[in-house]
Write a protein that binds this ligand. Structure first.
Ligand SMILES: *[C@@H]1O[C@H](CO)[C@@H](O)[C@H](O)[C@H]1NC(C)=O
Ligand SMILES: *[C@@H]1O[C@H](CO)[C@@H](O)[C@H](O)[C@H]1NC(C)=O
Ligand SMILES: *[C@@H]1O[C@H](CO)[C@@H](O)[C@H](O)[C@H]1NC(C)=O
Length: 309
């Protein structure tokens, strides 16, 4: 296989010699290179073998993939680029008869985008510094609008594989209506009828009330206010017996502060089998302390809203 002979005749006389060689792309391995026509009309044997030449292993491709099964003569190597990259050079190379590849390694170069358009009343912040008038595939940006303009749309943008930018946002004028007043509290506003995006209003609570939520609300980009706080009543808890409050087991008479909204007071219930008390937590919510059902003692408490219960 893959051996070539030097002569072209159909018949040879005894004693005739033929020189064998390998076909182009194949190299000889072992065995005599000549065969002789013997007196009996047979050619002498040869153990010459011709094996295909090898090309060097192809180098890996940055930002792409390489496909091959073998690197011998006539093998092919195929190249592809990852999404967002374009192949520069040959996409297929072949191992030639002299053991070299038909072309050098191609390159995968990124798709380029023009600079993204800057929204009116806004700006663009690039994640990485850029140079020139184009950016590479995968570059990301953050859009910002100057208050009182609010950003409507995608806050983030990206140079896509098709060489264009994702949909940019718009900077739109946003205003909020006057915020509603809160019960048992007050707010820090003048007689404004409209509030700009990012404008804030502060709240406070009257004497015996505590604030639930933040002290400040902000006009959001949706034209709505952030969550409004509420003013909650405090209670002065009174239960006969012992309580667990702020990690201390005390007699109720010794509780000389008010229990505030959302605080926990534990009362003691009786475990009848073991004949011992165990603490059960109760939370003060808006001036109410729900005494656990297992509590058998006398429970009453005062709030600032109702005098006694
Ligand atoms: C290379 O691509 C050609 C044409 O698409 C295909 O026939 C061949 O099988 C591929 N070779 C490899 C090693 O993937
Ligand atoms: C190998 O063969 C190719 C194709 O015939 C030729 O272009 C190239 O110059 C050869 N390379 C060497 C190193 O002989
Ligand atoms: C970028 O584009 C502007 C206007 O199109 C041009 O004046 C400038 O020279 C370009 N800069 C570079 C670095 O290509």
């Amino acid at each position: 296989a893959n051996i070539m002979v030097s002569g072209l005749q159909r018949f040879f006389n005894p004693g005739a010699e033929l020189v064998l060689s390998c076909k182009s792309g194949y190299s000889p391995v072992s065995g005599p290179r000549t065969i002789v026509c013997s007196d009996r009309g047979e050619w002498t044997k040869t153990r010459l073998m011709c094996i295909p030449k090898n090309c060097p292993y192809p180098d890996p491709l940055d930002n792409g993939d390489i496909y091959y099964e073998d690197t011998v003569y006539q093998s092919t190597v195929n190249y592809t680029c990852n999404e967002g990259y374009i192949l520069h050079g040959a996409s297929t190379i072949v191992c030639q008869a002299n053991g070299t590849w038909s072309a050098s390694l191609p390159e995968c170069k990124p798709v380029m985008c023009d600079l993204p358009p800057i929204p009116e009343f806004g700006k663009i912040i690039f994640d990485n510094s850029i140079s020139g008038n184009t950016t590479k595939y995968g570059i990301r940006v953050t859009y910002e609008c100057r208050p009182p303009y609010a950003l409507v749309g995608n806050k983030r943008g990206e140079c896509t594989a098709s060489g264009s930018w994702t949909e940019p946002p718009e900077c739109q004028m946003v205003s909020c209506p006057p915020p509603p007043p809160i019960e048992n509290g007050y707010m820090s506003i003048s007689l404004q009828t409209e509030f700009d995006y990012m404008e804030t209003v502060k709240y406070g609570c009257n004497g015996n009330y505590v604030i639930d939520g933040g002290y400040e609300i902000v006009c959001q980009e949706t034209g709505e206010w952030s969550l409004q706080p509420a003013c909650m009543g405090k209670i002065r808890g009174l239960i006969k017996g012992r309580i667990l409050y702020k990690g201390r087991k005390i007699w109720i008479e010794d509780l000389n502060s008010k229990v505030l909204h959302k605080e926990i007071v534990s009362v003691y219930c009786m475990d009848k089998v073991r004949k011992c008390g165990y603490a059960v937590p109760a939370q003060c919510l808006n001036g109410q302390l729900k005494i656990p059902e297992c509590f058998e003692g006398k429970a009453y408490f005062m709030t600032t809203q109702e005098n006694q219960r």
